[in-house]
Design a protein around this ligand. Structure first.
Ligand SMILES: NC(=O)C1=CN([C@@H]2O[C@H](COP(=O)(O)OP(=O)(O)OC[C@H]3O[C@@H](n4cnc5c(N)ncnc54)[C@H](OP(=O)(O)O)[C@@H]3O)[C@@H](O)[C@H]2O)[C@@H](O)CC1
Ligand SMILES: Nc1ncnc2c1ncn2[C@@H]1O[C@H](COP(=O)(O)OP(=O)(O)O)[C@@H](O)[C@H]1O
Ligand SMILES: [K+]
Length: 507
């Protein structure tokens, strides 16, 4: 699903309004919002809407009009607001549905005790800084201590960039109308989004064609499930996916173990690990089903030959975790990545070694998976501030033509055609070795035939879910092995309602 800039949303909105009518769209938005109210309401208090003068305010009226759950409903709005036809329709319907209307301004005391507050102050046309009137409404919402369901965006966040105002709503959940707004997925606004839902209300990506390209995309559960390869009944262990893991060293054998586990639990049929002799004992102690082949890293030419010989029976390569930064491992990495025609996922030490030869891999079937520090180095442009991640990864991929997965709280995956924002994950993943598990899982998806960008976005999505599953089981102290173990459960996707899609849970 497309995650849109404000300009893209305006284009999509205008086309949908021309097709279906503005009033029908707002009624559909109200019905979708109303479906979430009981899920987030707590206690016996009223449901309280805070409505700005625009269509976002109209959504608050429309939701309260559509809500049939039996709770008391109050809306704070300006009775004299000019507003659109759709907002008038919603306000009129709210009145006949028995919603009490009270004039703005609203004070925090009035909102205390609300079972749920609907933030309809500003939507996709919000600009920062907020005007005094919107800021006062936000301050009252924030001071109330009530749970907030944000309509379209949390007011005080910038819908495209994810910047936040001094006054900002912190929602338990946000319901995107039409399409999710890019800003709600980006730090720092993401902290204010809570869980993110999307009600597509019949809007179409195609209506934003050519606006702010290349587009941003966010996977939804159904699209993730559709990307996961299905093992055919007649498969054998090689055709089930046979990744070759080139990883580990005397110092870091664990990285190779975790990468192999990530590959195995992602569903590979045959995992081969090629590692320097110094890592062999530790690998064999921890890997039973996987085949371990060793090479002498002091003889890089022979090592490259050993590894390339193995590739004849493999279908993708993961290279880098725990390899180390020696000149010998540099020669091995460049020899293998330069000498193979298989798809490759390169991580960790391999990124360091490939940094000087990026030109050779333009448009190759290659995924690189740097964290922020590795990205600073490989991009040659220094440290990445949180708010420049999107622009920096875009610039890098436009320049190099290499599919890049930039890890972090919100992992970004960029190809020439699009930038993907990974909606899953948890800070439980902030522990050593989880990146190695991700690399292994991506290797398996490549080995099973996914295109590099699909392997990267499905891998990141899956890995993020696995982190949440592992946390749910362990409560604390999740280690990287737990994340690999959770991949199976994390692959299960419950049937989805296409009218109300949950993009991520709060974390
Ligand atoms: N087909 C549709 O239309 C559908 C619409 N839907 C809903 O409508 C929402 C968009 O509604 P909207 O266009 O009325 O804009 P909204 O974000 O409510 O802002 C109102 C106005 O406030 C103003 N303003 C903003 N920032 C300001 C500032 N800092 N200081 C001062 N003024 C500021 C700005 O006015 P301006 O100053 O630019 O004239 C802006 O236009 C959308 O998010 C979704 O919830 C859905 O129901 C689906 C169908
Ligand atoms: N705070 C966080 N929230 C969500 N995901 C995180 C967070 N911190 C780290 N991660 C994820 O954990 C993984 C860490 O990978 P990496 O930095 O390569 O670690 P390692 O090299 O130890 O395996 C990445 O997938 C990253 O996106
Ligand atoms: K809002």
């Amino acid at each position: 699903m497309r995650a849109v800039t404000a300009a893209q949303m305006r284009a999509i909105d205008a086309a949908a309004a021309a097709r279906d009518g503005e009033v029908a769209l707002m009624r559909a938005a109200g019905a979708a919002i109303a479906r979430l109210i009981d899920r987030y309401a707590h206690g016996d208090g009223p449901i309280v809407g805070v409505a700005g003068n625009g269509n976002n305010g109209g959504d608050a009226y429309a939701a309260l009009a559509a809500y049939a759950g039996g709770r008391r409903r109050i809306v704070y709005g300006d009775p004299a607001a000019e507003g659109s036809r759709a907002r008038h329709d919603a306000r009129w319907r709210a009145r006949i549905a028995g919603v009490e209307e009270r004039p703005l301004p609203v004070d925090a005391n009035a909102l205390r005790g609300a079972a749920l507050v609907l933030d309809g102050v500003l939507g996709v046309n919000a600009r920062l800084p907020l005007d005094a009137r919107s800021a006062a409404a936000v301050a009252a919402i924030a001071a109330s201590g009530a749970a907030v369901l944000a309509l379209d965006i949390p007011t005080g966040t910038e819908p495209t960039t994810g910047a936040v105002d001094a006054h900002v709503v912190r929602a338990v959940a946000t319901i995107a109308l039409g399409r999710p707004k890019l800003g709600t997925l980006l730090d720092p606004a993401r902290d204010c989004t809570g869980a993110l839902w999307c009600a597509p209300i019949g809007m179409r990506d195609a209506d934003a064609a050519g606006v702010d390209d290349p587009p941003a995309e966010v996977l939804d559960p159904a699209a993730f499930a559709a990307l996961l390869p299905v093992r055919a009944d007649e498969s054998d262990k090689r055709s089930s996916g046979a990744p070759l893991i080139v990883a580990g060293s005397t110092q870091f054998p664990g990285a190779a173990v975790l990468c192999a586990w990530g590959a195995a639990r992602a569903g590979a049929g045959y995992v081969t690990v090629a590692a320097p002799e110094g890592a062999a004992a530790a690998l064999r102690a921890h890997l039973v089903e996987q085949v371990v082949v060793t090479y002498d890293e002091r003889d890089p030419a022979a090592a490259v030959q050993t590894i390339l010989d193995l590739t004849n029976r493999c279908s993708a390569i993961a290279i880098g975790p725990g390899l180390g930064l020696s000149d010998d491992s540099a020669a091995i990495v460049n020899g293998v990545v330069g000498g193979t025609t298989l798809p490759v996922v390169a991580d960790a030490s391999a990124l360091y070694h490939l940094a000087k030869r990026l030109d050779a891999y333009r448009d190759a079937p290659l995924v690189i998976t740097p964290h922020a520090g590795e990205f600073a180095r490989i991009s040659g442009k220094g440290t990445v501030a949180p708010d420049e991640r999107l622009a920096r990864v875009r610039e890098f991929v436009d320049r190099t033509g290499i599919v890049t997965l930039l890890k972090g709280r919100t992992t970004l995956i960029a190809s020439r055609d699009a930038t993907h924002l990974n909606p899953t994950g948890t800070n439980a993943l902030a522990t050593a070795g989880t990146g190695d598990v991700l690399t292994g899982a991506i290797a398996t998806l490549l080995a099973q035939g996914l295109a590099p960008v699909d392997a990267a976005r499905a891998g990141a999505y899956w890995h993020g879910r696995a982190g949440s599953v592992a946390l749910a089981h362990r409560h604390r102290g999740v280690v990287a092995r737990d994340v690999a173990e959770a991949l199976g459960e994390a692959s299960l996707v419950a049937p989805q309602d296409p009218e109300l899609i949950r993009l991520f849970s709060s974390r």
